[in-house]
Every structure is written in structure tokens, then in C-alpha cells.
Design a protein around this ligand. Structure first.
Ligand code: XLS
Ligand code: CA
Ligand code: CA
Length: 440
């Protein structure tokens, strides 16, 4: 049976098409720097927002009209799998991502939860055999059920730690079974509310112990997916341990975990941390830690994680600039961790939202590639730092000087001449590239 009978196959029709159910800019076969768009972006659909999410918010009930909502329990879970593969195929999207609890109902008994998950994983596996769409990553939900109220691996309760280990063990087995490209660890409730009741050192040590056990278990079963940490500064806890990339990196280094992980960077989490999306991507990139991306956007007028579909072309351009400079995302991809607004409740809105996101990244990538090809910022930056190419600057770079010599040098300086950073001009150039990109 068809769950989205109002929508036919979505294809690239170009910028002049008036068909809302078509790509205007995302053309899977078009090359960007020699690589097909499809392979560069590796777009993924997030199961939780697209098929499980119902549009509830703290003040209101569900609003989403979903053809499978006539079912409940395991029947609903099975119908969602069927609907999801229809959606993937019609959108021609290469990947998807899920939490264990998105695909199958959780029960109070872990054994029963595992049975439910196993049954649905079996159905997903069958679908994967004939589908072009693959699993980008899976993860375990360790934040919704009340047992996680004080965290999972950082809970003060050792039984909760054990329960979390069982869930991740299962998650790694599922990842292996379904050929997941990555496994994601988002901190969930791994953080704290007040130091008055918190042993921060013990919690951080335990989080590291937990990750080491996960690394060991993946090796034991031969799961070769890339491990990803997804930083987020707040929500649900006030102080999340994986605040941002820099904090996560120092944690991984301190605990001897750096070689086993990369980062999954979410745009909305970056803005919650007071950073831009591109800042987080840059920090990860220059440390060789850029693994994957949760492609969404926040709303700077709202202080929470709104998970909107990405449509801001400045942001997609500057994000793609980092991704292209990184030579792509390797095993990672661009996962739309994004939900349609409560008022966009039609099943068709799911298609329109993904089209908007995919087209926005396609535009961003084209503009970013031109900026890179023309070395617009590279030339400027090279010139800005040119004092390190010769004389005292080169000595500093090559470690050939010290405070004594630098003092002597400084005493001999007559007048320091700084150069303008030309910020406004560079932004105007960026605007010109954005406008010109689609003039032909
Ligand atoms: C929540 C996170 C979450 C992770 C996966 O804010 O974005 O959805 O991506 O657990
Ligand atoms: Ca996310
Ligand atoms: Ca989020």
C-alpha cells in the first residue's frame, strides 16, 4: 500500500520548474569539484522527526496528519517502516538515521524492548536488500524514559549505567547488522543541573569508561562504523558535558579516546553554544575530527533547539565551504535532524521540507566551490598572514627564536603598521558570489 500517494517521484527539474515537488538546484548527478552531488552530500532523513514525530510541544498535542497513525503499537512501527522506504525512494535520498526507540515501542522490560527492536530491525533489513537507501547511523535513546532522569553513563546510579551499556551494546549489534556507516553518541542527559549534588569528576570518568567499553565492544564484534560524538551545550540538562567541539575534543584527548571518535556537528547546537555552524565545522576540520553533520537551523530569536529545516543560504554556503575544504565527509553525511513546524502538518510537507533543505545545500555547495576555485578568501588570508613568511615571522613559525631575541627585535621596531581586515568588503564579495551563482 502507498502512504504518500499524493506525491510522485521527486526529480531534478531545474530552477525554472514551477513544480513544488521537484529539485530546483539539487541534481544528484551534477558534479561539484569532480564529485556527484549525491556522493558529496550523502543526505539522510532522520526517522524520529520525519516518521515518529507527531508535532507535540509543551503546550499542545500532536498535529501531524500521518496515514499510518490509524495503527498502534508494533503495527504502527511496521507501517512506519513501510512508509519510510516509500518516502526514501520517492525522495531518492541515499541514507537515513534512527534511535532505537524511534523504530520500535519501548517497554518497561528491557528484554521486551529488545524483542520489539529486533523484529523491526529484521523488517528494515529486508527493505535494505532492495532499497538504494542505506543506514548512515543509528543511536540509542537514553534520555526520554524516566530512568534516565539523572543521565545514562553519567548517572549517579550504577544500575542506570549498566542499562545504558546494554542499550549501546544492542545499538552496535544493530549497526553491524544493518551496515551502519557510523554510530552516534549524543549526550542526551549527560550533564548536570547543580554542583550541589554532583560529583563532576566521577561522572566524566564514567563517561570515558563507557566510551572505552563501546570501542572495545565494537572491535570485539567487528563493527567498523565511525564513532561520532554530537556536542550540544544545553537542553535537556543545563550543563551538558559535550558543550561544543572544543570541549568534546579536550575530553577525548584527556581520556585517550581521540583516535576512535569524530564529531557529528549540528547547526542548531552550534548556535545554542553561541557559535556559528561554520565555527564548529572549522574547529573539527582543523583537528581532523569532522565526521558528519546534522543539517538543520535554529532560530536566533528563540533560545531553544528548534530543529528547523536548513534554508539559510549564507549558512549552507559557509558550511559547505568547510565541508569542501575537508574533502567531503568520508563515512559521514548530511542528516536532516529537522522537523516540519507544527502548522506544516500535511504528509506532503515532509517532502517539501526535505526538498527545501537539499536545494539549499546544493546552492551553498555551488557558491562555496566557486569561492574556493577563485581563492577569494584564500588569497586574502594568505596576504593577511604574509608577515610569517619571511624575517622574524618565519623564525617564529620555524621555532628558531625565543623571548630574548623577540625582545631585541621589538625594541628595534619604529612603528607597527597593521593592515585592514576588510570585513565588510569580504561580505559584499560573498553576496556577489551568492547572487551571481544562478545568473548563469
Ligand atoms: C538532540 C539531538 C539528537 C541526536 C541524536 O538535540 O540532536 O536528536 O542527533 O540522538
Ligand atoms: Ca542532532
Ligand atoms: Ca537538535
Amino acid at each position: 500500500m502507498s502512504y504518500f500517494s499524493n506525491v510522485k517521484q521527486v526529480t531534478y527539474e531545474g530552477p525554472n520548474s514551477t513544480n513544488p515537488f521537484s529539485f530546483k538546484y539539487y541534481n544528484p548527478d551534477e558534479l561539484i569539484n569532480g564529485e556527484k552531488m549525491e556522493e558529496l552530500f550523502r543526505f539522510a532523513v532522520s526517522y524520529w522527526h520525519t516518521f515518529t514525530g507527531e508535532g507535540t510541544d509543551p503546550f499542545g498535542q500532536s498535529t501531524m496528519v500521518r496515514p499510518y497513525n490509524k495503527f498502534s503499537g508494533m503495527d504502527l512501527a511496521k507501517a512506519r517502516v513501510e512508509a519510510s522506504f516509500e518516502f526514501f525512494e520517492k525522495m531518492n535520498v541515499p541514507y537515513f538515521c534512527f534511535h532505537d526507540s524511534d523504530i520500535a515501542p519501548e517497554s518497561n522490560s528491557l528484554r521486551e524492548t529488545f524483542q520489539n527492536v529486533d523484529e523491526i530491525v529484521g523488517i528494515i533489513k529486508e527493505n535494505l536488500k532492495t532499497s538504494k537507501t542505506k543506514l548512515l547511523w543509528n543511536t540509542a535513546n537514553m534520555f526520554s524514559h524516566p530512568r534516565w532522569l539523572n543521565g545514562a553513563a553519567t548517572s549517579p546510579n550504577a544500575e542506570v549505567f549498566a542499562y545504558a551499556a546494554a542499550k549501546v551494546k544492542k545499538g552496535l549489534e544493530i549497526g553491524k547488522e544493518l551496515g551502519a556507516q557510523n554510530y552516534v553518541f549524543w549526550g542526551g542527559r549527560e550533564g548536570y543541573e547543580t554542583l550541589l549534588n554532583t560529583d563532576m569528576k566521577l561522572e566524566l570518568d564514567n563517561l570515558a569508561r563507557f566510551f572505552h567499553m563501546a570501542v572495545d565492544y565494537a572491535k570485539e564484534i567487528g563493527f567498523d562504523g565511525q564513532f561520532l560524538i554530537e556536542p550540544k551545550p544545553k537542553e535537556p540538562t543545563k550543563h551538558q558535558y559535550d558543550f561544543d567541539v572544543a570541549t568534546g575534543l579536550s575530553f577525548l584527548q584527556n581520556y585517550g579516546l581521540k583516535d576512535y571518535f569524530k564529531f557529528n556537528i549540528e547547526a542548531n547546537h552550534a548556535t545554542l553554544a553561541g557559535h556559528t555552524f561554520e565555527h564548529e565545522l572549522r574547529v573539527a576540520r582543523i583537528h581532523g575530527m569532522l565526521g558528519s553533520v546534522d543539517a538543520n537551523q535554529g532560530d536566533t530569536l528563540l533560545g531553544w533547539d528548534t530543529d528547523e529545516f536548513p534554508t539559510d543560504l549564507y549558512s549552507t554556503t559557509l558550511a559547505m565551504y568547510e565541508i569542501l575544504k575537508n574533502d567531503g565527509l568520508g563515512r559521514g553525511g548530511l542528516n536532516f535532524d529537522a522537523k516540519v513546524r507544527r502548522g506544516s502538518f500535511d504528509p506532503e510537507d515532509l517532502f517539501l521540507a526535505h526538498i527545501a533543505g537539499m536545494d539549499s545545500f546544493a546552492v551553498g555547495a555551488k557558491v562555496a566551490q566557486r569561492l574556493i576555485d577563485d581563492k577569494v578568501f584564500d588569497h586574502f588570508i594568505e596576504d593577511r598572514y604574509s608577515s610569517y613568511k619571511e624575517g622574524i615571522g618565519l623564525d617564529i613559525m620555524e621555532g628558531k627564536t625565543n623571548f630574548h631575541q623577540l625582545e631585541q627585535y621589538a625594541l628595534g621596531i619604529d612603528k607597527i603598521e597593521n593592515k585592514s581586515g576588510r570585513q565588510e568588503n569580504l561580505k559584499a564579495i560573498l553576496n556577489k558570489y551568492l547572487i551571481d551563482a544562478y545568473r548563469g
